[in-house]
Write a protein that binds this ligand. Structure first.
Ligand code: UDP
Length: 316
């Protein structure tokens, strides 16, 4: 397929681009490089540096078969203090992209959605029918885009898939996590083990979980990438398919700490810190629908995520 990857110079986009190329798809990237990196773009791939609102210029007359949409602001804490930035970039930007997709009759869309659309569910594992009650601006903007996509699919032949990621980690095919502002547990823990940070703050050790630290569902970025390729052909025209992507297993912060110490062979200094605002105790996905509709099952475990992230960190 001829694909346009919007936000393809970022962490997840750049891994997906590598898999698309390996599977024989043609790739053009549109990225404004606000958080992505031009050196994450593989040789031979056309990079159009531009805002998402200019997607129509790229799509016009070029016969694209699919758009994969990764372009978004994604820092939960920042989203709460800067809602206007998040609504403009994530929602108004996606509206412009959807209009361009409809105008230029691109038949397929795969969108990066998030577990943050569910907020703090009463029941785990979380299915796609779990009520969506986002607790922060980031989750609200992603949910708004999911709703726009549903509306678009009801009115046009667009075949769309929203993939709701749980906690993405690891590295693959030379691409990994390089955020200027890092808030994620595994890269922070690796930096603390490596001495690039003095310690890891554990946000809360009195959660109602077996060891008192919060539980999350980690999924390897290579598994996630495979789900995107499968999603290209999973929806019917006029359908908006929503699928959770997680392992279906939860790991606590302390379990991640042990895994990091084990993989690196280094002691990881930790300190107890207050709970982070908006953090739920436990988020674990049911990935049954992804299995049924995409034929997807995660293949990599937590140890492999940590090992691959560690190798990527040390290579930089
Ligand atoms: N966490 C932590 N210390 C950190 C970063 C994260 O204790 O420096 C915890 C966080 O409270 C959550 C889990 O690790 O329970 C995963 O957080 P992350 O930011 O990686 O992803 P999130 O679940 O917030 O999307």
């Amino acid at each position: 397929m001829k694909t346009l990857v919007v936000g393809g110079a970022g962490y997840i986009g750049s891994v997906v681009v590598r898999l698309l190329l390996a599977e024989g798809h043609a790739v053009t990237i549109l990225d404004d490089l606000s958080t992505g990196h031009s050196d994450s773009v593989p040789d031979g791939v056309e990079l159009v540096v531009g805002d998402i609102s200019t997607a129509g210029d790229v799509l016009r007359g070029n016969g694209f078969d699919a758009v994969l949409h990764f372009a978004a602001k994604s820092l939960v804490g920042e989203s709460v203090v800067r809602p206007s930035l998040y609504w403009h970039t994530n929602v108004i930007g996606s509206r412009a992209l959807l209009d361009a997709i409809t105008e230029h009759e691109v038949p397929r869309l795969v969108f990066s959605s998030t577990a943050a659309t569910y907020g703090e569910p009463d029941v785990v594992p979380i299915t796609e029918d779990t009520p969506t009650r986002p607790t922060n601006t980031y989750g609200a903007t992603k949910l708004a885009v999911d709703m726009m996509i549903s509306n678009e699919c009801a009115a046009t032949p667009l075949a769309a898939v929203s993939l709701r990621y749980f906690n993405v980690a690891g590295a693959a095919w030379g691409a990994g996590e390089r955020h200027t502002t890092e808030t994620h547990l595994i890269p922070i823990a690796l930096d603390a083990a490596d001495g690039r940070r003095d310690k890891l703050d554990i946000y809360g050790d009195d959660w109602p979980t077996p060891d008192g630290t919060a539980v999350r569902d980690y999924v390897h970025v290579a598994d996630l990438a495979r789900a995107h390729v499968l999603a290209l052909t999973a929806a019917d025209p006029g359908e908006h398919l929503i699928c959770n992507l997680g392992n279906g297993n939860g790991f606590s912060v302390r379990e991640v700490v042990s895994c990091v110490e084990d993989v690196t062979g280094l002691p990881l200094p930790v300190a107890a810190a207050p709970r982070r605002a908006g953090d739920p105790a436990r988020l674990v996905a049911s990935a049954d629908r992804a299995k049924a509709r995409l034929g997807w099952e995660p293949e990599h475990d937590l140890r492999r995520m940590v090992a691959d992230a560690w190798e990527f960190t040390r290579s930089r």
